[in-house]
Structure formats: C-alpha cells, structure tokens
Design a protein around this ligand. Structure first.
Ligand code: E4P
Length: 218
C-alpha cells in the first residue's frame, strides 16, 4: 500500500519525505487555508519536494469553473493531480481531465456506487472518507471493502482506492487489510506508525546489557 501524507505543511512533508517512505501528498481547501499560504506557492513547493502525485483541489463547483481552475493547477508541475468533488459536475470534469491525460483524484466519496461512477469516468484515484463515515456511526472501512470488491470484478476499472480521512493507526492497518491501494495519512498518525512501547522497552534492555559487555563494534 502506498503512503500519501494528508497535509499542506511543507515542513512536515520535508521531514516525512526524508524517511524515503512517502509516495505522494493530498491537500484540500481546509489544509491550504490552515497553511496560510497561496495555493499555487504551496503546491509548487510540495511538488518540488515529493516525486509522487500531489493532489490540488479545485474550488469551483460547476464544470466550466472546475476546468478553468484545473489548467493553472496542472501547469504548476507534472506531478499535480487535480482533485474534484464527487458531484455531477465533478465527475464530468473528471472524465474531461482524464481524457486530456491528467491524473484526477475524485474526493468526498461516501458510497460504493459513487466510487463506481468515478472509475467509469477514468479517475486515477477515488477518495472514500473513512473517518467521516465513522463519525456518523457508520463503518467507514466497510466502504473500502465494498469498493475493492466492485473494482476487482471489472478488469477495465483501473482507479486506485485512496483511503482518506484516516484517523488512527488501526485505520491504516485495516485499509491495508481491505486492499486499499493508497492511504493518505495525517503527519502525526504517519509518525506514530513507528512506535510501540515494547520496541522502546526492548531496545532499552538490549542497550543496558550491551553496555555491561564493555564491547565496541567499530
Ligand atoms: C483527503 O484527501 C482529505 O484531504 C482528508 O483525508 C480529509 O480528512 P478529514 O476527514 O480528517 O478532514
């Protein structure tokens, strides 16, 4: 499963990219607003830091407006992925942008049939929001399983499942078990994947015992 980071914070992205485990980045209007910077500057900087796909979301809600916004976003760098919402106009824009050779991430997916529409429209990625479904008492991960099953039924559907709205280490594990192609993970959760108290405890005891030997490896 590929790891994308879900942030527009360039310092966090640089830190995670240095680990060599980062396959891409997703942003959304909320994350851009949080960065406090102009969208084009932020996306340009992220694209120069990470080789993989970098999602930049349109703000228009009508087809013509989305297409007008997609052009300058796509011109920022070759690894820009245009993010459009899962609406009639968004799906129409997805179809047109995909046909033009752009990578498209269809966002705000909350049902398997929406995911089917996005795949039929040639989306590169579909973003089912796991955490937001959990928030309203539904099983977000069940949606990932449903989409996986549907896409696997049809060889011609090449859209990648990008598990989004990830809120925990458990979500990352479950998304991988359900066969998501990608998980976009907030920085704090991504860093937290490295931690286990038994790793810390085990390392402390190994180091204490090693010290007693008085040896040096170099
Ligand atoms: C996906 O691309 C979105 O940016 C993101 O995962 C939304 O997550 P949230 O529900 O934590 O805002």
């Amino acid at each position: 499963m590929k790891f994308f980071v879900d942030t527009a914070d360039i310092a966090e992205i640089r830190e995670l990219a240095a680990l060599g485990l980062l396959d891409g980045v997703t942003t959304n209007p909320t994350l851009i607003a949080k960065s406090g910077r102009p969208i084009k500057d932020v996306i340009k900087e992220i694209c120069a830091t990470v080789e993989g796909p970098v999602s930049a979301e349109v703000a228009a809600t009508d087809y013509d407006g989305m297409m007008r916004e997609a052009a300058p976003l796509a011109a920022i760098a070759t690894n820009v992925t245009i993010k459009v919402p899962l609406t009639i106009d968004g799906i129409k824009a997805c179809r047109a942008l995909s046909k033009d050779g752009h990578k498209v991430n269809v966002t705000l997916c909350f049902s398997a049939t929406q995911a089917l529409l996005a795949a039929k429209a040639g989306a590169t990625f579909i973003s089912p929001f796991v955490g937001r479904l959990d928030d309203i008492g539904l099983d977000g991960m069940e949606l990932i399983r449903e989409i996986r099953q549907i896409y696997d039924n049809y060889d011609h559907l090449k859209t990648e499942i990008l598990a989004a709205s990830i809120r925990s280490n458990l979500h990352v594990k479950q998304a991988a078990m359900a066969g998501a192609d990608v998980a976009t993970i907030p920085p704090a959760i991504l860093k937290g994947l490295f931690n286990h108290p038994l790793t810390d405890k085990g390392l402390a005891s190994f180091l204490a015992d090693w010290k007693k030997t008085g040896q040096s490896i170099t």
